[in-house]
Design a protein around this ligand. Structure first.
Ligand code: GLA
Length: 388
């Protein structure tokens, strides 16, 4: 923060954790029910109010990306493809739209994230960190529900990714050692007490395979799910509201009319309905501390992501298979959208390191190029985003 000439006494830190979604993959944008855990690895944002109280400059440096982002709150520049400053500009825009002139104080910030990108919601974590920083320097008190909405504005409106509210909700609302259960339709959540903290750890393995989510098949899958919903509602003679989503379709309608869907759309809908059943069963398994049964459902969820949602790239599918075949792994799947980045596994405490070593060896044999960037990190769960 020395580069910004702010007084060290004015510097605060926002901790915005990475998240995983063990069950409830690819259903948030269809307003399904999802689960999540926050990890004890986080994006950190050191920030301070702009030195002069009349200055509206927002400026940031990143430990992960080159260059300085800088703009005035009165004239927030539009989205720039591929620019890491988009999340900061989007955060300022979301807050300015709600708070107008009450968002008048600039911010100097330095951001740092350690885990490799892809599936852990580093984007939402960074967006949430910027929101918390800008709110703090402007003395704005904002609820979790409103921050979920603001982060959604960053991603859906400013960036143009048609994702749901899973990522930022888990990042903001998760509680250590508890499973967050989130209904993306009612936008309500609760924490589920489950297995003892020492009954598992989360192993995050990075494939070395990267691409921007907005340039993957993510938005196309969302459109396919919506089309499946529309066709199912039509087949059932139900009036179709604009922008149908699969949550509006009953399971009975899917059972009765699913066979009329074209093969691709049938697969997407099959993923949605089977995943919702896994979320229900998984929450019950978690509540009765049955981590083994919970883990089995996570494995099935990963399989459905490959076979029905068709979103895994070859390196990620290999990692998934290696993890599932490793003794000590309770459950595994790709993390997040599954087109790039990381896989996660719930693993027995004492075996995490050994599993990481074995998976690294198997991966290097099958994907020597990507394996050069392979990494593994053993995590525990943590609370949601907060200011220190
Ligand atoms: C990404 C998106 C989320 C969600 C997951 C898949 O992380 O940002 O909204 O759709 O993929 O569950």
């Amino acid at each position: 923060m020395r580069a910004f000439h702010v007084s060290p006494a004015d510097v605060r830190v926002a901790v915005s954790p990475y998240r995983i979604c063990p069950l409830g993959a690819h259903v948030d944008h269809q307003l399904g029910v999802v689960t999540g855990l926050a990890l004890n690895q986080a994006v950190l944002l050191a920030f301070a109010p702009s030195p002069d109280s009349h200055r509206k400059e927002v400026a940031a440096l990143s430990k992960n990306y080159p260059g300085k982002v800088s703009f005035e709150l009165d004239s927030i520049p539009p989205f720039r493809p591929g620019d890491w400053g988009n999340y900061l500009r989007g955060a300022a825009l979301a807050l300015r739209d709600r708070f107008g002139k009450r968002l008048s104080r600039g911010m100097m910030a330095m951001v740092d994230g350690d885990l490799p990108i892809g599936g852990l919601s580093s984007s939402a974590a960074v967006g949430v960190a910027y929101l918390l920083g800008l709110e703090a320097v402007n003395g704005l008190s904002v609820s979790i529900a409103d921050n979920i909405h603001f982060d959604r504005t960053i991603e859906n409106v400013y960036i143009g990714l048609r994702n749901g509210i899973l990522d930022q909700s888990v990042i903001l609302a998760a509680e250590r050692d508890q499973l967050l259960s989130l209904d993306c339709q009612s936008e309500t959540w609760h924490s589920v007490h489950g297995p003892a903290a020492d009954s598992f750890q989360v192993l995050v393995v990075y494939s070395g395979f990267e691409q921007a989510l907005v340039s993957t098949g993510y938005n196309q899958r969302v459109a396919e799910c919506r089309e499946a919903a529309k066709q199912l509602l039509n087949a059932a003679g139900q009036r179709m509201a604009n922008g149908a989503v699969l949550r509006q379709v009953s399971e009975e309608t899917f059972v009765e009319h699913g066979s009329t869907l074209p093969a691709t759309l049938r697969k997407r809908a099959t993923h949605f309905f089977t995943e919702q059943a896994r979320v229900r069963d998984g929450a019950a398994a978690w509540a009765s501390a049955n981590v083994k049964q919970f883990g089995n459902l996570v494995v099935q969820s990963g399989k459905s992501s490959v076979e029905n949602y068709e979103c895994g790239s070859p390196p990620l599918i290999t990692l998934y298979e290696l993890l599932v075949g490793s003794p000590g792994v309770l459950g595994a799947r790709f993390s997040g959208a599954g087109f790039r980045g990381n896989c996660i596994a719930l693993v027995e405490h004492s075996r995490a390191e050994a599993i990481a070593v074995a998976v690294a060896e198997g991966y290097a044999r099958r994907h020597p190029t990507e394996a050069k960037n392979f990494s593994a990190c053993v995590c525990d769960t943590d609370d949601g985003a907060r200011l220190l």
